[in-house]
Design a protein around this ligand. Structure first.
Ligand code: R5P
Length: 313
């Protein structure tokens, strides 16, 4: 590990520390702070010349600040002659506009990929991208890790998997949900949301029989919590015994935590790809599991030029 160097921005210091502890490698001393006018000031305070540097920074809220910190840190490392710079972005923000779904819209995910590359990153290591094809927006090697093994371990430790039904909250999430269902050998159901006519409210149909089942909703992002809470209600109305959710990125904006606390969801399990707020930490039906070891293992394998994909075999 001696030639690797871990650098952390301000977005998720506890996760960076967990990764550092897993790798038994201290975080590089650096300053990432603000000028009086809130511009970002960066100074790497250790020699990184010729080193294999991993910059840990989720582009979570406040997204623009954290993205800019990441870009400036990469610039500082490039100008300091780091041998290789890997942007470790556990939560890749700006991923939801990933195609021109309608006229006069951007492809923000591609723009952000260009910015990270132009700043000087040589590789990207990320987790449960909103859409797998975002990897192709980078013209540098990009590893998209999956939280599934960490979630599967948690499910197997806590639930009777014989009565579990894995559920995708929308048609777009089927591949992700199926991957988890396969790992725990459980059947799959799908929430099919439809607006029959413009102006009418959405109808939720459940594809699959959830009667008497412990349902596990699987998704990449929980933001307002609307998708999740509506899906939980629909499943309970169709006879599900109870509903849990395993979601990689707990964006949890605005009143999401209160909404989930007041919902019929038995428990929401998220990872620490985004640093949990105090409200999340004290919420009775939200639990955080760590992906620090998984990311640490992926960093070690990258540094040793070993397979990263075999982490998921
Ligand atoms: C949608 O494609 C995503 O996978 C999530 O389902 C969505 O971003 C969740 O958003 P919210 O919590 O605001 O309903």
């Amino acid at each position: 590990m001696s030639s690797i160097q871990l650098v952390a921005g301000n977005s998720n210091r506890p996760l960076a520390e967990a990764i550092a502890a897993h790798l038994n490698q201290p975080l590089t001393v650096c300053q990432v702070r603000r000028f009086a006018d809130m511009e970002i000031f960066v100074e790497i305070q250790e020699n990184v010349r010729g080193r294999d540097v991993f910059v840990v920074q989720s582009t979570s809220f406040p997204t623009n600040d954290h993205l800019m910190e990441l870009l400036i840190m990469i610039d500082a490392l490039r100008r300091s002659s780091a041998r290789r710079i890997t942007a470790v972005v556990p939560y890749f923000g700006y991923a939801r506009q990933d195609r021109r779904a309608s006229g006069r819209t951007p492809i923000s995910a591609k723009l952000v990929a260009n910015m990270i590359t132009q700043a000087g990153a040589d590789r990207v290591l990320t987790l449960d991208l909103h859409a797998g094809q975002i990897q192709g927006f980078f013209d540098i090697p990009t590893d998209n890790l999956f939280a599934a093994p960490v979630m599967v371990r948690d499910v197997q430790e806590r639930m009777d998997t014989n009565n579990v039904m894995v559920v995708s909250p929308d048609v777009g999430g089927v591949v992700r949900a199926r991957a988890l269902a396969r790992r725990i050998d459980a059947p799959l159901a799908i929430v099919d949301k439809r607006r029959e006519r413009p102006g009418e409210s959405e109808v939720m149909n459940i594809i699959g029989d959830v009667t008497g089942r412990s349902c596990i909703l699987v998704d990449d992002i929980v933001d307002s919590g609307g998708t999740l809470c509506n899906a939980a209600d629909a499943l309970l109305e169709k006879g599900a015994k109870e509903v849990y959710a395993y979601i990689t990125h707990g964006v949890l904006s605005g009143g999401a935590v209160a909404r989930i606390a007041g919902s019929r969801l038995k428990e929401l399990v998220i990872t620490d790809s985004i640093q949990p707020t105090e409200a999340v930490r004290v919420a009775k039906n939200i639990r955080v599991i760590s992906i620090g070891s998984l990311i640490g293992d992926a960093i070690a394998r990258t540094a040793h030029e070993e397979s990263v994909s075999s982490l998921f075999d």
